[in-house]
Ligand binder design. Structure first.
Ligand code: AMP
Length: 222
């Protein structure tokens, strides 16, 4: 099964994707993580991607689509994957669809986390992530704090703030998200494979609620 996670920056799709990946034993592929890893290692891809990411822009389709197709061709994703942060443009959605149909035509669902912008801004500017890449746990200093401030509950590593998690960049990213997402959401709606969750981000158990809603949907759409 392929699970395509849709939602604005800060909607919680990364956290939910991680949990669903454990639940369904599917590899979690986050294009944002792949880009950040490449930026850190200063690879050619990283240097190119950084020009866009640091300005709050999308990395061009030519780069991103090739990257995802190549990742989806690896052996560990034969039974499917959770795609987090891809597709982000109509072109990416079409190319992904063609790729799946041609190479691995298994069940595909899209999960949309639908949250008002102002709530998202609050959520993103207070987001911190575990600096240990193997762990990658995500916290929010207001809504989902770690037990010890600045330290990951799971592995004890330092929690860090992403460079692009500031209000100005987030507003820019939200605008880009809205400009592109309408088409993508419609694309999956028309295919009848879209499941929309409207999370209550103020609930301390929002993650558990989201997991349970998605599991319920997947049970009836196998
Ligand atoms: P994320 O961690 O998903 O918020 O991604 C961080 C940044 O990486 C985004 O703001 C984009 O600049 C870039 N990025 C991630 N996924 C994509 C994609 N599918 N298409 C274009 N750019 C992307």
């Amino acid at each position: 099964m392929y699970i395509i996670m849709l939602g604005a920056p800060g909607s919680g799709k990364g956290t939910l994707a991680k949990e669903l990946s454990k639940e369904y034993n599917l590899v979690h592929i986050s294009t944002g993580d792949i880009f950040r890893e490449n930026i850190k290692k200063q690879t050619e891809l990283g240097k190119e991607a950084d020009k866009y990411i640091s300005n709050g822009l999308l990395v061009p389709d030519e780069i991103t689509i090739g990257l995802v197709k190549s990742r989806l061709s690896e052996d560990d994703v034969k039974s499917g994957a959770i795609l987090d942060g891809f597709p982000r443009t109509a072109k990416q959605a079409e190319e992904l669809d063609m790729f799946i149909r041609k190479n691995n035509p298994i069940n595909t669902v899209a999960v949309l986390l639908d949250i008002p912008d102002e709530d998202l801004i609050k959520r993103v500017v207070k987001r911190v992530t575990c600096s240990n890449k193997e762990c990658g746990a995500i916290y929010n200093t207001e809504f989902r704090p770690s037990k010890v401030p600045g330290i990951c509950d799971i592995c004890g590593s330092k929690l860090v703030k992403r460079d692009d998690d500031n209000e100005e960049t987030v507003r820019g990213r939200l605008k880009i998200y809205h400009d592109n997402s309408k088409e993508i959401i419609k694309y999956y709606e028309d295919k009848n494979i879209l499941f929309t969750v409207k999370p209550n981000i103020y609930s301390p158990t929002v993650l558990e609620e989201n997991i349970s809603k998605v599991k319920g949907y997947l049970e009836t759409h196998k």
